[in-house]
Design a protein around this ligand. Structure first.
Ligand SMILES: *[C@@H]1O[C@H](CO)[C@@H](O)[C@H](O)[C@H]1NC(C)=O
Ligand SMILES: *[C@@H]1O[C@H](CO)[C@@H](O)[C@H](O)[C@H]1NC(C)=O
Length: 247
């Protein structure tokens, strides 16, 4: 019984060892002189087709994209806040468009700039600390909305050869966030004290550039690891020459 179960698992993983992109994804050719133009259209188009995920490639639902947890430890400076976010939902990623694409496939490097009209980060939060000398603490629901968010993505890959196929594994995924505007709202600040909470939300929003800049790096680190995982769900499963066609 146990043996045959193992055999089934083995055979299933063997059959699934090599995958391809969903049929309805646009394929771009490596040798195409307009490869970057092709990818600039194909990638956001694929993202829109991934709203509900791709079960066969273990790609999770993208609208919204669920993230388990993020801890943000902001050190010194005017904003010192320890924040824990759980049950995070990111809304709006699939509305992104790309404004630039630079594929350097010989060096397994992809660089792209995206713009997301409205990215909402909704999560359960717990935080404690101080901002410009004011104490802040709370436990409730956070809404961090980034309007016209420009993201600079830098994907550094390496070839991984398996069963004679080359896969482009992304070993480092760096992002820079440049939002035009950030709107913050935290429910239940100060144990639900409405006056203190309303005042603090107002204060956070009138200083949102400062607040966001202090926390930006932690958000970038956390989200780049999410983007890296989603990318590798595809790139580790679909051979490189089936993503970027060779002829
Ligand atoms: C989050 O905040 C934005 C901007 O204020 C608002 O448009 C949106 O409806 C809020 N989302 C939720 C789930 O509360
Ligand atoms: C990304 O994947 C790694 C390895 O599977 C895992 O340890 C990590 O928790 C994942 N990160 C996120 C943000 O999903």
């Amino acid at each position: 019984m146990f043996d045959s179960l193992l055999l089934v698992v083995f055979l299933t993983s063997f059959v699934n060892a090599e995958n391809s992109l969903p049929e309805d994804f646009t394929r771009c050719r490596q040798k195409d002189a307009k490869l970057n133009e092709c990818l600039k259209m194909a990638v956001p188009d694929a993202l829109r087709r991934m709203k509900k995920g791709i079960p066969s490639l273990s790609v999770p639902e993208m609208e919204p994209l669920h993230v388990d947890s993020i801890n943000v430890d902001s050190g010194s400076g005017p904003v010192v806040i320890t924040q824990m976010y759980k049950k995070i939902k990111l809304h709006g990623l699939t509305d992104s468009v790309l404004t630039l694409y630079k594929a350097d496939l010989k060096n397994y490097r992809l660089r792209t700039d995206s713009i997301t009209p409205k990215m909402e980060f909704i999560a359960d939060y717990i935080m404690r600390g101080r901002i410009l000398l004011l104490p802040i603490q709370g436990k409730g629901i956070a809404n961090i909305t980034m309007v016209n968010l420009v993201v600079k993505h830098d994907l550094i890959g390496e070839p991984v050869v398996r069963d004679g196929q080359t896969y482009m594994h992304i070993k480092d995924y760096r992002v820079k966030f440049i939002p035009q505007r950030v709107l913050l709202h935290f429910t239940n600040l100060f144990n639900g004290d409405k006056v203190l909470g309303d005042n603090m939300n107002e204060f956070l929003n009138s200083n949102s550039d400062l607040v966001f800049n202090e926390l930006k790096e932690s958000y970038e680190k956390a989200l780049s690891s999410v983007f890296q995982n989603v990318t590798n769900e595809i790139f580790d499963r679909v051979p490189m020459n089936k993503i970027f066609l060779e002829d």
